[in-house]
Design a protein around this ligand. Structure first.
Ligand SMILES: Cc1ncc(COP(=O)(O)O)c(C=O)c1O
Length: 490
């Protein structure tokens, strides 16, 4: 007799989760809010490039019109729908702006897609280290001095890339950085994956599309009401050839772009174009009320909310207060522990937790009730905490705080002979794999970097705090893949 498959289907699991009334303090930004967004998506509208529906790759009909409408509204030279997330926009943008083997200046806290572009196109990376925010032990902004110095030292750089806002909401001075880049005759790519909402409201920092960045990549699905994998790529100025960008997108994006996803992009745009004022006013009001409630916290701290404010963070040029980063530093609770408590006791699902931090993502699709539930949960948890002796420095368990020493390019390390090595024997060796925590997907270690005792301690601390650290070969936290034959794992 044939064995019955008793595993519940993914669809059943998803439906069960949807019915569980768990509160999504994570992406996608639509927050499953069907009261606001309706139930129109998807089977009956899932088609291919049939007559009358244009073709995203080489758009000349309705899709061209939709994208032109976005460009006109956003004030960009050209805007592209993306249905493979910001990842494909980053890959295409970097490829369109650099020559194979060329030099690229990148913020070391970029998302791994930036590193994958460097790897694929054989680029030579020069790293810009973000400033450290000592108060929370997170990355601050990229300073204008660091970009100016880097471009002076490396006048043959072809492109600068940075993330603004960061996952935690930290915004860099894009206007000044763009001016420095342009003064050196090179374009600036801003990964604004977390800042799609900036275009729709003055309550948030100014979008890079209005500040001189040449390529801006935005994930609609992260902070706006749009389905997962929907993003936009924008071009400004004359440094990037739009035809080359379109050609690169046709390489990195599916040849069967989903009409469901494209309809979601268009619906998101229409909703916000027509309703952004009331939606963002309400959103802002909820964030202010939440922030007011956070003043009651005695032990937990919330970045730029409650008793904390941007003046305490001199390395931030601006801050996206839609991000709620909670620090449990000094309470004996880890970020993971806090996220578990919120899930198990309050049905609140956070976006991520690492080290001593847990992060909630908010959007116009949150409601008074969901924001109030988060506030009540945090105040209640806080009231049961007691301060603990600070055994660790504020940076313990953070993601990356010292620029690793680069020994060779990423592609060279990956194409070398490699072996797995116990982490404790790997100090001084050269990495031949990526190591990262996801989210946020910023590599802690990049192939070609020297493995330091600081890296080993960091992985151990993160693991002890329940943060899942991943590596390509899957050996972390015990083993790490290095270049060469030494220290073979038995
Ligand atoms: C800063 C940053 N850039 C790019 C990406 C990739 O975006 P997507 O998931 O839309 O491909 C992410 C994803 O988390 C991200 O955090």
């Amino acid at each position: 007799m044939e064995k019955q498959n008793t595993t519940p289907s993914l669809l059943d699991r998803l439906k069960r989760h949807a019915a569980s009334n768990s509160i999504p303090m994570h992406m996608p930004g639509h927050k499953r809010n069907s009261d606001l967004l309706g139930m129109d998506l998807p089977y009956s509208i899932d088609i291919t490039e049939i007559d009358g529906f244009d073709n995203l790759h080489g758009a000349s009909g309705i899709l061209k019109e939709y994208m032109e409408e976005i460009a006109a509204y956003y004030g960009t030279k050209r805007s592209f729908y993306l249905v493979n997330g910001s990842t494909c926009g980053i890959l295409a943008g970097i490829r369109a702006a650099t020559k194979r083997g060329g030099k690229i200046a990148v913020a070391r806290n970029c998302h791994k897609s930036v590193y994958h572009a460097i790897e694929l196109f054989g680029l030579e990376s020069i790293y810009l280290m973000p400033e450290m925010d000592e108060a929370f032990g997170i990355h601050g902004g990229i300073s204008t001095a660091s970009i100016a110095d880097t471009l002076k030292t490396h006048p043959d750089t072809q492109l600068a890339v940075l993330t603004s806002p960061t996952y935690e909401g930290v915004v860099s001075d894009i206007a000044a950085i763009a001016e420095i880049c342009h003064g050196h005759g090179i374009p600036l790519l801003v990964d604004e994956a977390h800042g799609s909402h900036f275009n729709y409201s003055d309550y948030f920092p100014t979008t890079a599309t209005a500040l001189g960045a040449d390529i801006v990549i935005q994930s609609l699905h992260k902070t706006l009401p749009s389905l997962t994998m929907t993003s936009l790529a924008h071009l400004n100025g004359d440094m990037i050839n739009p035809e080359e960008m379109a050609r690169q997108l046709s390489i990195f994006e599916s040849s069967s772009p989903s009409y469901v996803l494209m309809a979601s992009i268009d619906s998101c745009f229409r909703l916000l174009r027509d309703e952004s004022k009331p939606l963002f006013e309400n959103y802002n009001k909820r964030l202010n009320e939440f922030s007011g409630e956070m003043k009651r916290l005695e032990h937990l701290k919330v970045l730029c909310h409650g008793k904390d404010n941007p003046t305490a963070h001199p390395t931030f040029f601006a801050f996206d207060n839609g991000k709620i980063l909670i620090s449990a530093q000094g309470t004996g609770l880890t970020g993971q522990g806090l996220a578990e408590m919120l899930r198990n006791e309050y049905r609140i699902e956070m976006e991520m937790a690492y080290g001593d931090h847990a992060l909630a993502m908010t959007s116009v699709c949150d409601t008074d009730a969901t924001m109030a539930a988060l506030a009540v949960a945090l105040v209640t948890i806080d009231s049961k905490l007691t301060p603990r002796a600070q055994a660790q420095s504020p940076n313990d368990g953070t993601l990356i705080f010292a620029l690793p020493e680069k020994q060779c390019e990423i592609w060279q390390a990956l194409e070398s002979e490699k072996n797995d090595c116990p982490v404790e024997d790997a100090i001084g060796q050269t990495a031949a794999e990526y190591v990262w925590a996801y989210p946020p997907g910023i590599p802690l270690l990049v192939p070609g970097e020297r493995i330091s005792d600081g890296f080993i301690r960091q992985v151990q601390t993160l693991s002890e705090k329940g943060t899942q650290v991943h590596s390509d070969a899957g050996g972390i936290p015990e083993n790490v893949r290095i270049i060469g034959q030494k220290h073979l794992v038995q």
